[in-house]
Design a protein around this ligand. Structure first.
Ligand SMILES: [Zn+2]
Length: 98
């Protein structure tokens, strides 16, 4: 069952809005994050704004759940999910059908 919850190395890309982003899969979920790392204050601001945050661990974006934040999982940096204002990410169904 876990073979569907893949995690892949994050790769740099450019969102159609022009922002440099990191793209990958985290435990089966397609994720995009702004490529500029943030410090803990930046992460706190993002969390208060309703954004998810990720740690870059062995090249993969790993969701910083409350438990992972509590144990201090940081990896090679903290990244905030990309919240695009000009481009809507395709839904899972749209990605499967194309
Ligand atoms: Zn964008």
């Amino acid at each position: 069952m876990t073979r569907y919850l893949i995690s892949t190395r994050a790769v740099e890309d450019t969102c159609p809005c022009g922002t440099s982003i990191l793209v990958g899969h985290d435990e089966g979920r397609f994720v995009t994050a702004d490529s500029k790392p943030v410090d803990q204050a930046g992460e706190l601001a993002a969390l208060l704004d309703g954004c998810r945050t990720f740690a870059l661990v062995t090249g993969e974006l790993v969701y910083r759940s409350p438990g992972r934040i509590r144990i201090g999982l940081v990896g090679a940096g903290l990244f905030v999910e990309h919240r695009c204002t000009t481009y809507r990410q395709p839904s899972l169904l749209e990605r499967i059908m194309t």
